[in-house]
Design a protein around this ligand. Sequence first.
Ligand SMILES: CC(C)(COP(=O)(O)OP(=O)(O)OC[C@H]1O[C@@H](n2cnc3c(N)ncnc32)[C@H](O)[C@@H]1OP(=O)(O)O)[C@@H](O)C(=O)NCCC(=O)NCCS
Length: 273
Amino acid sequence: MDHKSHQGPASRALEVWRTRGTKELLRRVAARLESMVFKTNSAVWFGKELLSAVPAPASSGPAPLQLGGGLITKNELAAQTIAASQVGGDVPGDFAAVEPRELGEWLRQSSGLAWAVDVRELEIAAECGHRWTSWTLGGETVAFCKVGGRRVFMVDFDRPLDLPARVAYLSDVYVVSQMRRRGIGRALLAGTLGFLRENSFSGVVCHIPGSNEPSAHLFRSLGFAPLGEVRFTRVLGIPLFSTRPEKLLEKMSSKCGSPKSARSTDIHRKSTS
Ligand SMILES: CC(C)(COP(=O)(O)OP(=O)(O)OC[C@H]1O[C@@H](n2cnc3c(N)ncnc32)[C@H](O)[C@@H]1OP(=O)(O)O)[C@@H](O)C(=O)NCCC(=O)NCCS
């Protein structure tokens, strides 16, 4: 693991100050202090097995994640791995798997959604060889989601979470507001599931705040089933979980028959070593 890419709080603060200004830095410091005193959130975790006919890549051959380096795939991937009816058939646009840094840059600089990306999640995504996915229309990004294996940074808990082997974590599916209700969210997720199958993942989990009905409806319709609810509370720096997320991950892992250790079958490591 490359520890050099880790940024401490001081360098992160410096980066925010350099890129976003003093006002944003102060806002973040205040929010951080407030969240140290009290923070709470609650979400239902969903999981889906990804058993499919797509064969695992040979361990000696190049893994799909190595292709390109930036945008590694366009519609061909969706066409290869997903039934047209599942993707939504005639939804216009292109599915792509992208470098998190590339999408992170777009989120920070040009999307107006700078809040949707955290430096710590970008660092872990880069270390673990994640790819995020996007949907583009006429060259413009109109939707994205974050996805990856081995380890993710959970913004909700302010800490990383280790994932079982071959289980991916998917988060922050987002369609720009003017493009919603046109099938793009469904097509993006269907493309993402195909991408995960293609990369030998056997399961995927996500967590959805209880109040987000549209999202829960969408995930259920794609075959995701609830694994359990996680209520997180942190009082004066002490984290408390109603159910530990690791327990739900184990449940998912045994459902899809994944080995317990992520290290032995880590396709992302293989692809980057
Ligand atoms: C949730 C979200 C990604 C859905 O994207 P979308 O492109 O509008 O979704 P689609 O057009 O593909 O619709 C997918 C399904 O969700 C349903 N749906 C979408 N928005 C809905 C809404 N506001 N209310 C009820 N159902 C909704 C659609 O009816 C469709 O179901 P159907 O095929 O059974 O009719 C989008 O609303 C969004 O970006 N929301 C803000 C971010 C967010 O909440 N993300 C989820 C984080 S967990």
